[in-house]
Design a binder for this molecule. Structure first.
Ligand SMILES: Cc1cc2nc3c(=O)[nH]c(=O)nc-3n(C[C@H](O)[C@H](O)[C@H](O)COP(=O)(O)OP(=O)(O)OC[C@H]3O[C@@H](n4cnc5c(N)ncnc54)[C@H](O)[C@@H]3O)c2cc1C
Length: 193
């Protein structure tokens, strides 16, 4: 980690991101409040990039460097859809996935990072099950947020926790060409703070 990296008082996960970005691109973010925060947990970029974008780009850049420099260790498979977490007994052994119309599998340590389920409007919707009051609202989530990883883990005996904790944001931008669209663009806290 870079020498300029600091430990957050309030969210160690964010601090890791800050340290990494500082390490990779020499950028540091300041703490701040926005609406509804009881603690300062907003990081702002020093340049024009949104902090989330800056952090994500820096991590992707570093990962792509590792693919080049250490291909035995790091490989990226794009456009793959993970369908199942495989296990033997109580031990997770890898995942199955669809790639180019084929069923594939790979063994090894699994870290699932498939995001949330607030755009899960299908028959097996976790949103419908745990927050039916929000099911008919528009969503500002990406269409990928269908809870795939959660469902895969539940299929092999995992328990979900806090699945009713879904944030409902009060403001969104309506596309005048498609006002009834289920998908809206978030009008974030900056609009009213
Ligand atoms: C409109 C909006 C604004 C936000 N603003 C902020 C903000 O200002 N600050 C902040 O801190 N947070 C913000 N958030 C929250 C933040 O974006 C999320 O908490 C964060 O992106 C979640 O990261 P993640 O890696 O868990 O999931 P994601 O970023 O959702 O990534 C999940 C990835 O998994 C992939 N995936 C899903 N299923 C599969 C599958 N079966 N096989 C293979 N790949 C799969 C998806 O394609 C996606 O690339 C915002 C969220 C939204 C929707």
């Amino acid at each position: 980690m870079a020498s300029g990296c600091f430990r957050s008082r309030f969210d160690p996960r964010v601090t890791v991101g800050v340290c990494v970005i500082d390490d990779v691109q020499g950028r540091v973010f300041a703490d701040g409040y926005t609406r509804g925060h009881s603690q300062p947990r907003t990081h702002r970029g020093h340049d024009a990039k949104f902090p989330g974008m800056a952090i994500t780009y820096a991590l992707m850049q570093r990962l792509e460097e590792l693919v080049e420099s250490d291909p035995q260790r790091v490989q990226i498979i794009k456009k793959a859809r993970v369908t199942k977490v495989n296990k033997e007994g109580n031990k997770v052994t890898g995942v199955s996935y669809e790639f180019g119309g084929e069923e594939c599998s790979i063994d090894g340590v699994v870290v699932l990072a498939t995001g949330g389920y607030a755009a899960d409007f299908g028959d097996t919707s976790l949103l419908k099950k745990h927050r039916p009051d929000t099911f008919d609202l528009a969503s500002t989530n990406g269409t990928h947020a269908t809870g795939d990883g959660l469902k895969m883990l539940m299929e092999i005996g995992g328990n979900g926790i806090d699945l009713d904790k879904v944030q409902v944001h009060p403001t969104g931008l309506v596309d005048p060409k498609d006002p009834d669209s289920k998908w809206k663009f978030l009008a974030a806290e900056g609009v009213y703070s």
